[in-house]
Design a protein around this ligand. Structure first.
Ligand code: CMC
Length: 432
């Protein structure tokens, strides 16, 4: 962030004629921002931006999105390159530390993560408090939040060492907890992690393995899982990441902060969309009914929206959706499956992209449009889709939290435009 250019923006009060000069800050890329931090002190006014459509809430060096061009970069590397040439552990290191690791740093990082994958034995009992039919996202919110009760030894948020230890623990344990949430729901025993497997393969083992047999994860499926994790690793200041930053700005411990992120991700407008896409495709059922659902999505009086379509930032193809679509083809080919939902999704995409309503509003498929189809083909039940998103996004959340804690700006405390009653005298009960 720089204001070396001395660019400014002058804001004039049309009633009084008074004006203030506001600094304009340039990032490395993307639109410049008007620095309004002193606006209230200078003018007695706040800015008003519900939904944060025009507000930069922080500066960050992690992720860059150009929504018009459909570009997504992590620490300067394009998502396409990371998805096709890198692996999730490397992307985790990159997000946490800023650069790709050397071979030695990579193997040390993998060793650290691998050796933190087990959870405290008491957590097994904690699970048993949940109903078997609990939504796994409800379990994730509860168990991840509870981690601070189990790993209280390193939760000094002002210590760089503690922050890194918590980050490693969270990245390492989240697949174990996610797999446990699944196993619990189907009544199978929890599977211990295996240190000889990669991060993604170990997750498949903990999810689909059983103690009675040896499970060897398919390398192609493990690679597809790894790619799905990469595609979800971070995404700038979205709702859950902003939730993480806001929760963390009070000095809350990282486990509580990540639990807050998981809760925010759960909603269907955010991470819950992958589950909603599959439900929608099942509801549509047949290509002949697509026009009926497209009509509903366009009706301003109908709350129905095409799930997996549209994005606050992307006004072009979500680059992750393209990679996801290719991965869906690969996985279905490998498994020799032909999911009619894939055909339906392709046709829905084709029809929507030719429709003026979607064209004018620049509504394109997002990452969630095809992810559910792959996850279903891999054997995950629909309720697990958002859990997988949370698993993969944990590194983004914790890296954003770490970045914020390294350069704190104090507590996040937005203001409001008050629309309630003006002060009025209390009326006693017998007078109402
Ligand atoms: N189907 C039909 N119309 C839509 C859709 C959709 N999926 N998305 C946006 N619109 C319309 C919306 O009704 C509005 O129309 P009008 O201008 O006539 O009022 C216009 O497009 C602009 O929409 P908006 O609600 O102002 O856009 P937003 O930036 O607030 O919302 C969004 C972004 C992702 C919440 C929204 O597009 C949506 O609800 N999509 C479906 C849910 C979804 O797929 N979410 C996953 C997002 S990507 C992964 C993630 O972030 O977790």
């Amino acid at each position: 962030m720089t204001d070396a250019s001395n660019k400014t923006f002058t804001l004039t009060n049309d009633q009084t004629g008074e004006s203030v000069v506001l600094p304009v800050l340039d990032g490395v890329d993307g639109p410049s921002v008007i620095d309004v931090r002193k606006l209230y002190a200078q003018t007695g006014h706040f800015t008003y931006d519900p939904g944060f459509r025009a507000t930069g809430s922080c500066d960050s060096a992690l992720t860059y999105i150009d929504g018009e061009q459909g570009i997504l970069l992590h620490r300067g590397y394009a998502i396409e390159e990371l998805a096709n040439k890198s692996d999730y552990m490397e992307v985790c290191y990159l997000l946490l530390h800023g650069n790709l690791p050397s071979a030695a740093a990579k193997s040390e990082f993998e060793h650290t993560i691998t050796h933190h994958t087990m959870v405290h034995d008491q957590i097994h009992n904690f699970f048993r408090g949940f109903r078997r039919d609990a939504h796994p996202m409800a379990i994730m919110c509860g168990v991840v939040g509870a981690l601070s009760a189990f790993y209280h030894d390193h939760t000094d948020v002002n210590s760089a060492e503690d922050r890194l230890i918590s980050a490693h623990r969270l990245i390492a344990k989240i697949p174990t907890i996610a797999a446990m949430a699944y196993k619990y729901s189907i009544g199978q025993p929890f599977m211990f992690p295996r240190n000889d497997l990669s991060y993604a393969a170990n997750f498949l083992h903990m999810t689909f393995g059983v103690p009675a047999a040896t499970y060897e994860p398919d390398p192609v499926l493990s690679r597809a899982m790894d790619k799905i994790f990469i595609l979800h690793a971070d995404h700038e200041q979205n709702a859950s990441t902003s939730t993480v930053r806001i929760a963390g700005s009070s000095g809350a411990n990282p486990y509580a902060v990540i639990a807050a992120g998981i809760a925010s991700l759960w909603g269907p407008a955010h991470g819950g969309a992958n589950e909603a896409v599959l439900t929608m495709l099942d509801q549509i059922g047949d290509k002949s009914r697509i026009p009926e659902f497209v009509k509903k999505a366009k009706d301003p009086d109908d709350p129905f929206r095409l799930m997996g379509f549209g994005h606050r930032v992307y006004k072009n193809f979500d680059p992750r959706a393209k990679i996801m679509k290719e991965a869906a083809d690969e996985v279905l080919d490998l498994l020799g499956l032909s999911d009619p939902r894939l055909e339906l999704a392709r046709e829905l995409e084709r029809i929507a992209l030719e429709d003026d309503y979607f064209v004018q509003r620049k509504l394109y498929p997002n990452v969630d449009f095809y992810s559910g189809i792959i996850l279903k083909a891999m054997g995950f039940p629909t309720e697990m889709f958002t859990v997988l998103f949370a698993l993969a996004r944990t590194v983004g959340w914790i890296s954003q939290w770490k970045e914020m804690m390294e350069n704190p700006d104090g507590i996040f405390r937005p203001r409001q435009l008050y629309t309630g009653e003006a002060q009025r005298p209390y009326v006693s009960l017998d007078q109402r």
